[in-house]
Design a protein around this ligand. Structure first.
Ligand code: NAI
Length: 399
């Protein structure tokens, strides 16, 4: 039987403190605890197995990550509700039903009881029951509300597939029903070859009058979905799309300038944002720094430069990082010149500015986003005016 060891030195604590203590204890053994949780879930509720991918390797830490995120946001009820509502809506595509939540809750608490040997107590169990019930109810309500106006997923036929480099393809798809979204957002894609494996991709264009959507996909090592989309998918194939998500969108009520950093395929949502600004017809400065390892990897530079030629408020500067650095001054690419600037994106923008009156938009690898946030804050842009997708989600997407 499980020993419950209340920790006397803590004294009375609220639910989020109790839960955080459990999560801190479980973090180093999260892999084993999640494996135990799923084993229990599938033995006790075998009918739930078919909602998950055949291979569970990238799935495993999702639930733990979601719990960590929920715990982290627990002091900010509005943001927490928004996060959980998005999660609830996003779960519709998996076929999740309200009756699945108690089954998951029981197994989650059983796994926590098993692995939180130091911080588990009757109080923390009661806290988990209360918090899990609240979490599930928000997710269930958001899914029910969403069901009234949107399908659980969209089928979308691939209508164009263009290889831009040996590993990067631009895909254009036609959804079978109208697909409302905003420039700067992303969706999840499931291919016919890897059922129930969904991966996030940003929209590479603002909403178009013909309803077509486009995505930039780079085949990453061991990336099942990305390799299938780049090397296997062809026009005529059908993929599934989840609902749109993400808040890296433009506030059209102001004329604030936009400083946009797009690293690699991270240029996709930046292009969508530029098109969005163009469609709103308000003249506001947009400065795009488009980074890649070498100039061969700047696969969408032509499109971006064409946009720059068409819109006087837009400036596009290519930046390459895999070159020897020559110290301050950054080599051949000088302001106004056409040759790429040299260096890492966050370092290069420090050479320009001033940026304090701009809003920041960051899209690319997680490491780039982290250091670009520091660079932009150092340049005087406050945190609440720097937008990017969740770094946790980007790390997961890279798996
Ligand atoms: N909404 C978003 O944030 C999106 C993010 N992505 C992510 O962008 C990434 C694209 O990958 P690749 O094309 O292979 O990019 P990459 O690894 O070739 O890097 C692209 C650019 O980012 C810079 N960079 C990379 N790591 C950095 C670091 N630690 N610090 C500073 N700069 C860094 C590089 O110098 C280069 O300029 C993927 O991780 C993908 O998931 C892609 C699309 C949208």
């Amino acid at each position: 039987m499980q020993l419950r060891t209340p920790l006397p030195e803590y004294g009375p604590a609220d639910d989020s403190t109790l839960i955080r203590r459990n999560l801190e204890e479980i973090e180093p053994v999260a892999d084993s605890a999640t494996a135990y949780f799923y084993a229990l879930l599938f033995v006790q509720h075998p009918q739930l197995r078919e909602l998950f991918p055949v291979s569970m390797d990238t799935q495993r830490d999702r639930i733990f990550r979601a719990l960590l995120t929920a715990a982290r946001l627990s002091d900010d009820p509005d943001v927490l509700t928004e996060y959980l509502s998005g999660l609830g809506r996003g779960h519709r595509k998996y076929g999740t039903q309200p009756e699945h939540y108690p089954a998951v809750g029981e197994c989650l608490i059983a796994a926590l009881t098993q692995y939180c040997t130091l911080t588990w107590s009757d109080e923390s169990e009661a806290a988990w029951v209360r918090v899990y019930t609240t979490i599930s109810q928000i997710m269930i309500d958001a899914a029910a509300e969403d069901e009234k106006r949107a399908p659980a997923w969209w089928n979308a036929e691939i209508v164009a597939h263009e290889m831009r480099t040996p590993g990067i393809a631009v895909l254009t798809v036609r959804p079978d029903q109208p697909y409302p979204f905003r420039a700067g957002q992303y969706t999840s894609i499931e291919t016919p070859w890897w059922p129930r494996v969904w991966r996030h991709y940003s929209f590479a264009s603002a909403p178009r009058s013909d309803g077509l959507l486009s995505f930039h996909v780079k085949a990453v090592p061991a990336g099942w979905v990305s390799n299938a989309l780049v090397h296997r998918a062809r026009p005529g194939d059908t993929v599934r799309l989840g609902p749109p998500s993400g808040s890296m969108t433009v506030d059209h009520s102001t004329d604030t300038g936009l400083l946009c950093l797009g690293g690699g395929t991270g240029i996709a949502p930046i292009k969508a944002l530029v098109e969005d600004v163009a469609e709103h017809g308000r003249s506001r400065p947009v400065e795009v720094f488009y980074g890649a390892r070498s100039d061969h990897d700047l696969y969408d530079l032509h499109t971006m430069l064409r946009l720059g030629d068409r819109h006087p408020w837009l400036s596009v500067r290519p930046v390459v990082s895999d070159v020897p650095l020559h110290g301050p001054g950054y080599g051949p690419g000088q302001p106004g010149g056409s040759a790429p600037l040299e260096g890492q994106l966050p370092d290069v923008i420090r050479q320009y500015g001033p940026w304090s009156a701009y809003d920041g938009y960051l899209s690319g690898p997680p490491g780039m986003i982290r250091s670009a946030v520091d660079a932009l804050r150092g340049a005087g842009i406050p945190a609440h005016r720097i937008r990017h997708d969740s770094i946790d989600e980007l790390v997961a997407a890279a798996q």
